[in-house]
Write a protein that binds this ligand. Structure first.
Ligand code: GLV
Ligand code: MG
Length: 346
C-alpha cells in the first residue's frame, strides 16, 4: 500500500491530479453498445437522452474479427456525439488479450477528453489496477488531458473476489466495480449456464413432516458476492453495481435481481437490451413512498439525533442516516429526471 502522502500524487509528470472527491453522478443503468455495428452507433443520440451511462463494449460479445472495428466505432461515436451529463464509458479488452494495449493507445489520445470511465474486465488483484493506473497517467500526460479517466473493475474471477478489498483500495482512480456473474460462475466452477439471476436447484427445502408437501425456497446465488463487494466498495468510498442479466425474456427475474442488489447497496446495473433500461430506471430510482417516508424522518429529526415515533415505528440517529441515503439519492435522480422530481415533490 502507498503511504497517504503519495496516494494522491499523479503517476506521471503532466498527468492530471487524481480526484480527492470523486464526481457525483447518477448511474442507474450502464447501457452496453456494440460499437462495430453502424445501426447501433446510429442509436447513440437517442440513448444519450434515455440512459445515465453509454458504454462502448470492446470485450466479450464482440467477435475477435470485429475487435478493431469496435475500437474504431467507439472512437467515432465518442467524437460524433455530445454526451452532456450522460456518462461515456468503454469496456476494454482484458489485460492479457492481444487487444488491450491498442485499446488504450488509440482511445485515450483520440477521445480521452470525453471519456469518463474505463471498465476493466477480469481484475484479479490490485496489481491489475496499478498497471492501468500508471499507463493511463502516462497517456493522459502525453495527450494533455486535464481530467483523470476513472477505472471501474469487473468482479468476475474467484481471485478477484478474494482480493476485492485491495482492488477497491488500489487507487484514487477507482470509480467502482460491477459483479460479473457469467465469468465469475465459470471461474468458480459453478455448475450453471446463465448470465446472472437465480437457479431453481439452489434452494432450501422446508422440513419434512410439517406439511404433506415440502416447499423448496429458491435462494440468491449472488448474495455472498454482492455483500462482500458492497462492503469493500463502501469502505473505500467507491460505488458497487450489479452487472448483466442475460435472460431478456424474463423481465420480472431481471427486476428481482436488480432490486436485491439495490437493497443491498448497489447503485445501478448494466442494461444489455433496451427493455432493461426501464427496469433499471424503475429499480435504481428510490420508491416514491420510501422517499416520502425518508423525508418525514428527516423533518422530524432536523439535527439527526434523538428518537421519535413515526407511523408506529421507532426512528433514531441510525434510521435518520438510512433516510438520508434514500433522500440524497432521490435528489440526485431529480436533477436528471423531471418527471420523478415531481413525483418526489423535489
Ligand atoms: C460480465 O462480464 C460477466 O461475465 O458476467
Ligand atoms: Mg465477463
Amino acid at each position: 500500500m502507498k503511504t497517504p502522502s503519495t496516494y494522491y500524487s499523479p503517476l506521471a509528470i503532466g498527468a492530471p491530479a487524481p480526484y480527492r472527491d470523486r464526481p457525483v453522478s447518477l448511474e442507474r443503468m450502464i447501457h452496453f453498445v456494440p460499437p462495430h455495428i453502424e445501426k447501433m452507433r446510429a442509436k447513440v443520440p437517442d440513448l444519450i437522452r434515455k440512459v445515465d451511462v453509454v458504454l462502448g463494449n470492446l470485450e466479450d460479445a464482440i467477435p475477435a474479427d470485429a475487435k478493431t472495428d469496435a475500437r474504431a466505432g467507439f472512437i467515432q461515436m465518442a467524437k460524433e456525439n455530445d454526451f452532456g451529463s450522460t456518462g461515456l464509458w468503454t469496456r476494454v479488452n482484458c489485460l492479457n488479450s492481444p487487444w488491450f494495449l491498442d485499446d488504450l493507445l488509440e482511445i485515450v489520445p483520440a477521445v480521452g477528453d470525453k471519456l469518463d470511465v474505463i471498465m476493466l474486465p477480469k481484475v484479479e488483484g490490485a496489481w491489475d489496477i496499478h498497471y492501468l493506473d500508471q499507463l493511463l497517467a502516462q497517456l493522459e500526460a502525453r495527450a494533455g488531458l486535464t481530467r483523470p479517466i476513472m477505472i471501474h473493475a469487473i468482479l468476475e474471477t474467484a481471485e478477484g473476489v478474494k482480493n476485492v478489498e485491495q482492488i477497491a483500495a488500489a487507487s484514487p482512480r477507482m470509480h467502482g466495480m460491477s459483479l460479473g456473474p457469467a465469468d465469475l460462475a465459470a471461474s468458480r466452477g459453478m455448475k450453471t449456464t446463465r448470465v446472472g439471476g437465480g437457479h431453481p436447484d439452489y434452494a432450501v427445502l422446508s422440513d419434512a413432516g410439517i406439511s404433506s408437501e415440502r416447499t423448496a425456497f429458491q435462494q440468491d446465488l449472488w448474495h455472498y458476492t454482492i455483500g462482500k463487494m458492497v462492503d469493500a466498495c463502501l469502505s473505500y468510498g467507491i460505488k458497487p453495481f450489479y452487472g448483466p442479466f442475460g435472460d431478456f425474456s424474463d423481465p420480472l427475474a431481471c427486476e428481482s435481481q436488480f432490486r436485491n442488489a439495490f437493497l443491498m447497496g448497489c447503485l445501478g446495473a448494466w442494461s444489455l437490451h433496451p427493455t432493461q433500461i426501464d427496469i433499471a430506471k424503475k429499480v435504481y430510482s428510490p420508491d416514491p413512498g420510501e422517499v416520502a417516508f425518508a423525508k418525514k424522518i428527516l423533518d422530524a429529526m432536523p439535527d439527526g439525533t434523538g428518537a421519535v415515533m413515526i407511523d408506529g415505528k421507532m426512528q433514531d440517529d441510525a434510521t435518520w442516516k438510512q433516510a438520508k441515503v434514500i433522500f440524497d439519492l432521490a435528489k440526485l435522480v431529480a436533477t436528471k429526471d423531471s418527471e420523478l422530481a415531481e413525483v418526489y415533490g423535489l
